[in-house]
Design a protein around this ligand. Structure first.
Ligand code: FAQ
Length: 312
């Protein structure tokens, strides 16, 4: 006898409650599938667009070793994008559709990648601050109820942890450098502070998707929990290197055991993720050009695929 929707939902929720992974062929509520596709494709886009702000510095990296590690990091981000598109495809959405949504400006990607990188210190700060925020979020997502997403996160977190080290190493070197180098690093830490805080998403009271995502364990922590973890982790590190936190009111609260911090401007987040940030146009133009430049590769692969199918 066919099970009713309510019975299937009860079974699904019981599995999620027991900490079981939901796999591609399993029954799932349509809203679960949609929320996952939205989040995973945005995540994939973020990795792909996220190559651009640092990638720009590859020709100017100071020295051979810095250049090698930066090239490796940027390549890793491309790989993460591929893994995430693949994982999102298991939910029934094609990579072409996801790409079309990115290139048309319909899809969102992480706010941070719409800010400029005018100095070498920005490469260090992206690796150190932005990747730390990303890893804290992604370690949480490695517990996600959707199997392919959770497994992709584990692999990605290993690599992102290395990215944090390369970013930290750049800033630690600048901290030991000349007054001009220290100033360059401080200026970069200041500029990236609020955009990085915004990465964890709007406050829980303004978050549209969190309630459902938490109920079905797509996410296992709220935006505010993740942001607080980031602040608690990074503030002592910034101060240990002799730098200041941009938020002068940021202080340790003994009672709660957490750092208090000033909320970012949530209107700015809204503007930036809806296309009106300092570099949105530049980023999308670069992606569109790369997509166009790669057209011949896609066409050649399609012909090869057709020929193999005919021969079989
Ligand atoms: N940026 O209801 P909520 C990386 C959107 S990976 C852009 O709270 P949710 C690696 C949100 O999508 C960084 N959009 O949404 C790297 C929604 O819009 P919609 C990317 C944002 O999903 C490092 C609306 O606002 N990581 O950095 C942002 O429950 C260095 C309402 O928000 C991920 O994508 C934002 N910051 O929570 C690469 C992780 N915040 O779809 C290169 C997976 C909110 O209704 C270099 N994603 N929005 O139109 C997540 O964990 C979640 O999606 C959140 C948002 C936490 C981002």
């Amino acid at each position: 006898m066919d099970r009713t929707y309510d019975e299937k939902l009860a079974d699904f929720e019981a599995r999620v409650g027991r900490g079981e992974k939901i796999e591609p062929g399993d029954w799932m509520p349509e809203e679960y599938r949609k929320n996952l596709i939205r989040m995973m494709s945005q995540h994939a886009h973020s990795e792909i667009v996220g190559q651009l702000p640092e990638g720009k510095w590859i020709p100017y990296a100071p020295g051979f070793r810095r250049k090698l590690t930066l090239v490796a990091k940027v390549q890793d981000e491309a790989g993460h994008g591929q893994l995430l598109y693949r994982a999102a495809e298991t939910l029934g959405k094609s990579r072409e559709d996801m790409m079309e949504e990115l290139l048309s400006g319909k899809a969102k990607y992480a706010n941070v990648f719409n800010y400029p990188t005018p100095t070498w210190a920005d490469v260090g700060v992206i690796g150190w601050l932005v990747d730390t925020a990303a890893v804290i979020n992604q370690t949480m997502l490695a517990q996600s109820s959707y199997g392919p997403y959770a497994r992709a996160m584990k692999r990605i977190c290993y690599e992102e942890s290395f990215h944090i080290k390369q970013g930290y190493d750049i800033i630690a070197a600048l901290a030991r450098g000349t007054p001009e180098q220290r100033k360059m690093a401080q200026d970069s830490i200041d500029r990236w502070w609020y955009p990085t805080l915004m990465m964890s998403g709007p406050p829980d009271s303004l978050s549209v998707h969190s309630q459902q995502a938490l109920k079905w364990r797509i996410k296992t922590k709220s935006n505010e929990q993740v942001r607080q973890e980031f602040v608690d982790h990074i503030v002592p590190q910034i101060r240990a290197l002799g730098f200041e936190v941009a938020d002068k009111d940021c202080s340790y609260d003994k009672t709660s055991g957490h750092y208090r911090y000033t909320q970012p401007d949530w209107e700015e987040l809204k503007r930036v993720i809806n296309g009106d940030g300092p570099c949105n146009k530049e980023r999308l133009d670069a992606r569109r050009k790369t997509h166009e430049d790669g057209r011949w590769v896609r066409e050649a692969l399609a012909v090869k695929g057709r020929k193999s199918a005919e021969a079989a």
